[in-house]
Design a protein around this ligand. Structure first.
Ligand code: ADP
Length: 448
């Protein structure tokens, strides 16, 4: 029964009681009247107290609701009731504490925003309730997200990303993982954020794109596997030949053949190792380049002199047409090595008494150098792969001529460090043309 009904019931009971006494006697009536007045006074007192209490509770309830919904500027609570003083004081302290805590959270969020604003990696900060409090442009761009601040992270549609975020929230701990999202590898870092009271308030997620590193690692693994494979062939040959020699070979000619075989396979291994070392030096920063002014004609003539013997051996002509005043800036020895590789290939992959052309000309601020042969050519299927390490169209032919399959990779790396480009055109059975494009070096304008 509610307090109002109880009061009404007791009041009516009082009236009935007074009426009964009134029926009895006058003196009794006076006494009854006094009793009634006392009852009325008690009623008034109790009712008044009830109303005040009710208002106080309603007031407190409102304040709690405000605190819970994040409105902490509820101010100081005043009470008329002595009994409620402790409760009020506690409520005031709670409001102040929450105000401080939230201020700290907002401060944290601002700090995170400030620190991460210029970072190119995708970043998202999600609070303890799963609401996105901050996310940067790279996050939206990279993950094609339609989410905005204050969305629940459930709206993140990329399954792997959502799974990772969810996992971090379940574990409430710093979490590092590599995620493959839309063909990119990300090193994902979940950093739990705590407030001053050491209470977990959210997680900051940073996604570093490590695709290049991963691809590089893959290339390195492949290179190592290819290199081991390439070295295995001459090693097996040397092992076989030496075992035969140890067992004993009666005639001198056969013994000489095996010894020559060991020597040539050994030379081959040496060339492979040298080429591997050169590639790794070209691709690392360890290679000290000696840049200088290079007169193109002089460089090409130097290359021609070195290969003269091989050209004569194959009855081939080297036709040089280089404009007189072509200059570039580069490392003479490295470029000479690259040109030797290209002309050497032209000699190797040309049968019969044909000509090889080296044509140099200027195009605006560029210097173009063409190495053209009339050799066996390269099919359109093979052409895109010839700059790959250890790639050989005709393995047997390359092997016969001492090729390592690394020549064109070295040429490409050398041109890369000179900011020069290489292009190739070829028709099977007709010939191949490599075109090198350098930035022209103009004495009056350019400086080293
Ligand atoms: P290799 O040591 O085998 O010559 P390269 O890296 O120099 O290795 O060349 C890769 C492959 O490209 C060669 O094995 C050859 O099949 C092809 N190639 C390169 N240059 C020519 C060319 N001028 N004509 C035809 N094929 C060529």
């Amino acid at each position: 029964m509610k307090i109002k009904q109880l009061l009404l019931f007791s009041f009516i009971t009082g009236l009935v009681f007074v009426w009964i006494l009134y029926q009895m006697d006058v003196i009794d009536f006076i006494i009854s009247l006094i009793i009634l007045i006392v009852i009325l006074m008690i009623h008034y007192f109790i009712y008044n107290k009830f109303i005040i209490l009710n208002n106080e509770f309603e007031n407190l309830n409102k304040i709690i609701e405000n605190l819970l919904s994040g409105k902490h500027d509820t101010g100081i609570i005043h009470s008329n009731l002595e009994d409620n003083k402790v409760l009020n004081a506690n409520m005031n302290r709670l409001a102040k504490r929450m105000e401080k805590m939230t201020f700290k959270n907002e401060e944290d969020e601002k700090t995170i925003q400030l620190l991460t604003h210029h970072i190119n990696s995708p970043i998202i900060y999600i609070d303890i309730d799963g609401r996105i409090r901050y996310l940067n442009e790279p996050f939206l761009k990279r993950f094609n997200s339609n989410v905005v601040t204050n969305d629940l992270y459930e709206k993140i549609r990329i399954r792997k990303l959502y799974g990772y975020i969810d996992d971090a929230f379940v574990r409430e701990t710093n979490l590092k993982e590599t995620l493959l999202i839309q063909d990119h590898y990300y090193q994902a870092n979940a950093i739990t954020i705590k407030n001053t009271a050491n209470k977990f308030v959210g997680i900051l997620f940073i996604f570093n794109d490590v695709t290049d590193i991963k691809n590089y690692e893959k290339l390195q693994r492949e290179f190592l596997a290819d290199a081991s494979h390439e070295l295995k062939t001459p090693l097996s040959a040397i092992k076989g030949a030496s075992e035969i020699l140890i067992d004993g070979v009666s005639d001198d000619q056969t013994r000489m053949e095996f010894l020559n075989m060991i020597k040539s396979e050994n030379d081959r291994m040496e060339r492979i190792v040298q080429d591997i070392l050169l590639i790794s030096r070209l691709e690392s920063d360890n290679l000290k380049l000696k840049f200088s002014l290079i007169h193109m004609k002089e460089l090409v003539e130097d290359v021609s002199d070195i290969l003269n013997f091989r050209l004569k051996n194959k009855n081939q002509n080297l036709m040089i047409e280089i404009e007189e005043d072509l200059y570039i800036n580069g490392d003479y020895e490295r470029l000479k090595h690259a040109l030797i590789n290209l002309v050497s290939n032209a000699i190797t992959y040309t049968d019969g008494e044909k000509s090889i052309f080296i044509i140099g000309s200027s195009f605006g601020d560029k210097v173009k150098l063409m190495i053209k042969d009339e050799g066996i050519g390269i099919s359109a299927v093979e052409l895109p792969h010839i700059f790959e390490r250890f790639y050989r169209v005709d393995k047997a032919r390359s092997r016969e001529t001492g090729g390592t399959g690394l020549g064109l990779s070295i040429v490409k790396s050398t041109l890369d460090i000179h900011n020069a480009q290489i292009e190739v055109e070829s028709t099977e059975g007709e010939g191949t043309t490599f075109t090198l494009t350098f930035k022209a070096f103009n004495n009056k304008r350019d400086t080293f």
